[in-house]
Design a protein around this ligand. Structure first.
Ligand SMILES: [Fe+2]
Length: 440
């Protein structure tokens, strides 16, 4: 007799204790809280033919968003193919084949196909959600989740994760009220759901609620720190709230204590994004750039994901490692001639943005502005969140200030004021624009 998981989906090759280990791994992955790999390994040690545990292990490799992880997932394919018994399990194998080959769009669509027949496949929903995030597919960040909610009820294990994903998708689509409600509803069910916590943090970030945001992060820190999968990213969000309140020293101290990177790409992205924001405020980041550039250097030839490449570029520019910056640009140009989802992301956003950052670093602010201005309305196509891509706007504002472009600076500062309300940064830019115009 075939077993089922906790949502009633058939799973082959497993006994009940192995299913329980799988559920633990799945919950850790979805909550961003704790390492899913030991529980997954325990399930497979007990039942080596457990196809969905093998599938989860491959997705864990893929969602680290690095070429090395994709290669590890690709290496798992022969065993996965052998273990898969049901149609759903075989469909997952094809998703992993497409994903690990870099065909992100095909993988995302195949996951949608699985969800049409199996709307309670939480792993498919989660991986689709992450792919929507990585591909900047805002509509599906919200609507992939909306399409499955008919099959869910509060009694089903993992319901809070569905609410958390829906909350984040709603936030990225600008529906802040509903996003916050669903995020809080998810947290009432499972306080350790860091994706729900993070969705509410995004709402506060987008609405300029910096004091409330700091409180939100600090009050709930025991739920997502210190070693949950999302801890570094949550500290990064705390640093954004601090920066928004002009508390740069505290943000830098937080970088040293909490954000300063390990070797994983997702942590390196947060580290680059924070140091770059500090540098835009002319905070001396000292040797931090040097170390960060060293950690990015092994990824310079990967060409796996344009969003990562741009964050590597920040470190190379910050450290003055121009040889690495040039090598990265060459990798990105080479990427344009190869198939896969990253080609368009590189062409439309990644490469021009990386060039703009290099121009900014060489103090050619006019060239940086010329590249950044047309880029802003299509920047979502290379993925990430609005909060992460805010870096494009912040760099443009600072380039306008440093280049003395008073009218552009005034316009951009007013745009930010309208979107996020008053902040010390906006006030400074408005004053500077008025000074520049007065002096003209
Ligand atoms: Fe975030």
């Amino acid at each position: 007799m075939m077993r089922t998981d906790d949502r009633g989906l058939c799973v082959s090759g497993a006994d009940r204790p192995a299913v329980e280990q799988f559920e633990t791994a799945l919950s850790r992955l979805l909550c961003g809280n704790g390492d899913p790999e030991p529980a997954c390994a325990a399930a497979l040690a007990r039942c080596p033919e457990f196809a969905m545990a093998r599938t989860l292990a491959a997705y864990v490799q893929l969602c680290g968003s690095a070429a090395a992880g994709a290669a590890r997932a690709a290496a798992m394919l022969p065993e996965l193919r052998q273990a898969a018994r049901t149609d759903r399990e075989r469909q997952h194998v094809e998703v992993i084949a497409a994903y690990s080959a870099g065909d992100f769009d095909d993988a995302a669509e195949r996951l949608d196909d699985i969800l049409l027949e199996h709307p309670r496949d939480l792993l498919a929903l989660h991986q689709g959600h992450l792919l929507d995030f990585y591909r900047g597919d805002q509509r599906n960040l919200r609507d992939r989740v909306a399409r499955v909610r008919h099959a869910w009820s509060p009694a089903l294990p993992g319901h809070h994760s569905v609410l958390a994903m829906h909350a984040f998708g709603l936030e990225e689509c600008g529906d802040y009220g509903q996003a916050e409600d669903l995020g809080r509803e998810a947290l009432a069910i499972e306080p350790g759901d860091t994706w729900a916590h993070h969705a509410v943090a995004h709402v506060m970030e987008m609405q300029g609620r910096r004091r409330e945001g700091i409180q939100w992060m600090r009050d709930r820190e025991p739920q997502w720190a210190p070693d949950g999968g999302s801890a570094v990213h949550n500290w990064w969000h705390l640093a954004l709230f601090l920066l928004d309140g002009d508390r740069s020293d505290e943000a830098l101290a937080l970088y040293d204590r909490r954000v300063a990177p390990g070797a994983g790409v997702l942590d390196l992205v947060d580290a680059s994004a924070l140091l770059w924001r500090l540098a835009l405020r002319e905070i001396d980041c000292g040797d931090r750039w040097k170390l960060l550039a060293q950690l990015w250097a092994p990824f310079v030839c990967d060409g796996w994901y344009a969003f990562n490449d741009v964050h590597a570029m920040m470190a190379f520019v910050g450290a003055g490692r121009w040889e690495l910056a040039e090598q990265l640009l060459a990798t990105m140009r080479h990427r344009l001639g190869r198939p896969g989802g990253n080609r368009a992301m590189t062409e439309e956003v990644g490469l021009p943005l990386a060039r703009a950052l290099a121009d900014f670093g060489r103090r050619d602010f006019g060239a940086a502005i010329a590249l950044l201005r047309p880029l802003r309305s299509r920047a979502q196509r290379f993925g990430g969140s609005h909060a992460q891509r805010d870096l494009v706007d912040l760099t443009l504002l600072e380039a306008a200030r440093r280049d003395g472009q008073a009218s552009l600076l005034r316009a951009l500062a007013h745009e930010r004021l309208a979107a996020r309300g008053e902040s010390p940064l906006v006030r400074r830019y408005l004053e500077r624009a008025a000074d520049l115009r007065g002096a003209a």
